[in-house]
Design a protein around this ligand. Structure first.
Ligand SMILES: [Zn+2]
Length: 151
């Protein structure tokens, strides 16, 4: 799995994804469709700001960790379902999402969706920015392998 020193733009997520030829058809409605939401790449993960509660409109900012996005990125058609703790899968949107309670009205008013493709794009950006490295990816892949053995 050693590929030499890390270069800008090298996609080493392909290593753990195996055959990802089908990833391109995973075009769903992800976070990008929520046009008022802002995403920022940070060392901790993607900081999502200006989420608003579906029920009362309260604004909230949250950070999705790189580890969570990595698990989301590992989903592909016909493959095993990979969900970070607390996440669900939306068949309709072809995405994974996490839903959160609103501190103001108590409804599950916040949801952040990522398709596997979107997660992969963010991970590449994080890799280019130096926020994640091969060792972290390897560790996450090993965690996945522990509870979802590859066929
Ligand atoms: Zn609310």
């Amino acid at each position: 799995m050693y590929k030499g020193s890390r270069e800008q733009g090298v996609d080493y997520f392909d290593d753990v994804l195996g055959n990802n030829d089908e990833a391109g058809i995973l075009k769903g409605q992800g976070l990008a469709d929520f046009d008022s939401v802002k995403e920022q790449i940070t060392p901790e993960g993607v900081a999502v700001s200006q989420l608003s509660c579906h029920s009362c409109g309260t604004k909230k900012n949250i950070t999705i960790s790189w580890e969570e996005l990595f698990y989301v990125s590992q989903n592909r058609p016909g493959g095993p379902l990979m969900l970070p703790e607390g996440w669900s899968r939306s068949e309709r949107n072809m995405s994974c999402y996490i839903q959160m309670k609103c501190p103001k009205c108590g409804e599950a008013g916040f949801a952040v969706h990522y398709t596997p493709d979107e997660a992969r794009n963010r991970l590449r950006q994080a890799s280019d920015a130096g926020f994640i490295d091969q060792a972290m990816v390897t560790e996450w892949a090993q965690k996945i392998a522990m509870y979802a053995p590859r066929r």
